[in-house]
Design a protein around this ligand. Structure first.
Ligand SMILES: Nc1ncnc2c1ncn2[C@@H]1O[C@H](COP(=O)(O)OP(=O)(O)OP(=O)(O)O)[C@@H](O)[C@H]1O
Ligand SMILES: O=c1ccn([C@@H]2O[C@H](COP(=O)(O)O)[C@@H](O)[C@H]2O)c(=O)[nH]1
Length: 239
């Protein structure tokens, strides 16, 4: 590992919403390619990276529930969306010469491997980027919770949330541009102050497993490697 690197192994949660770029829906392949490039660059520092991809660019279960539909079915649709995104990200990584495998929490053997912790660890040990698809496999969760869960299972030293904003603020900065940005917080701060950048279950799981959370902007090319090297812009949550 390159000297000075902060974390030897991370779980990267990639925003699904970011994958749509300026299109408003679906996947902008040039964005997926750029994110894959950032992952390749970070791996060249000697960091093990596994990935959980969101599905917000395609479908969220609450969209069904808010229109009076069945939440569980909506969540199933959302989890399927994350599998589509995972396949797109794997395609982009492979194009760049990075060996990558998709493991899904929902079995679909014709398309990708099914998740097991042992399989994931073996793939990682063989040098592959493991992309976890299908969230936790259960409704009423989000891919942030899947990120926290897989981070614990993979023995990750941190959960990196690559999202639309460059850190955690006192309020959603998209709603209040005057919100205060934090450099450092504890898990209790995030939960106690109701800072909604991540869902409560995900923060609680990382707290329980003493896993720091690093929140940063997915839109800044090269930011992942910079943060790993100690120079990037992020909010770090740790106790
Ligand atoms: N206190 C806060 N600090 C920072 N961002 C916040 C805060 N409260 C709400 N947010 C919002 O939370 C968003 C991240 O939430 P979310 O996980 O739903 O999106 P995402 O990362 O794009 O994931 P996906 O699209 O995969 O669901 C940010 O883009 C930001 O607008
Ligand atoms: O464990 C999980 C993860 C996700 N879902 C559903 O998928 C969508 C998309 O995930 P995001 O985290 O919002 O990007 C989510 O809204 C849920 O509907 C799930 O049910 N279980």
């Amino acid at each position: 590992m390159t000297p000075g690197i902060r974390y030897r192994r991370i779980l990267l949660k990639v925003s699904g919403e970011a994958l749509m770029g300026d299109q408003g829906f679906g996947i902008d392949v040039s964005v997926a390619d750029r994110i894959a490039g950032d992952i390749r660059e970070a791996r060249q520092l000697g960091v093990d990276i596994s990935v959980v991809v969101g599905g917000g660019n395609i479908f969220r279960g609450v969209a069904v529930a808010s229109k009076g539909g069945d939440r569980v079915t909506g969540d199933h649709m959302g989890m399927l969306a994350t599998i589509i995104n995972a396949l797109a990200l794997r395609t982009s990584l492979v194009k760049l010469g990075v060996d990558a495998v998709v493991l899904s929490a929902i079995a679909m053997p014709e398309i990708c491997e099914s998740f097991s912790q042992l399989k994931a660890l073996a793939h990682q040990a063989s040098g592959k980027v493991v992309i976890f698809a299908g969230g936790t496999g259960n409704p009423f969760f989000t891919t942030d919770s899947a990120g926290a869960l897989r981070a614990a299972e993979m023995g990750a030293a941190a959960l990196f949330k690559a999202t639309q904003v460059d850190g955690i603020y006192s309020e959603d900065p998209k709603k209040n541009p005057n919100a205060t940005r934090y450099e450092k917080l504890t898990h209790d701060d995030v939960l106690g102050r109701g800072l909604a950048v991540m869902d409560v279950a995900a923060v609680a799981l990382t707290r329980e497993n003493k896993i720091p959370i690093v929140v940063f902007s997915i839109h800044e090319k090269g930011e992942l490697a910079r943060i790993l090297s100690g120079t990037g812009r992020a909010t770090v949550v740790s106790d």
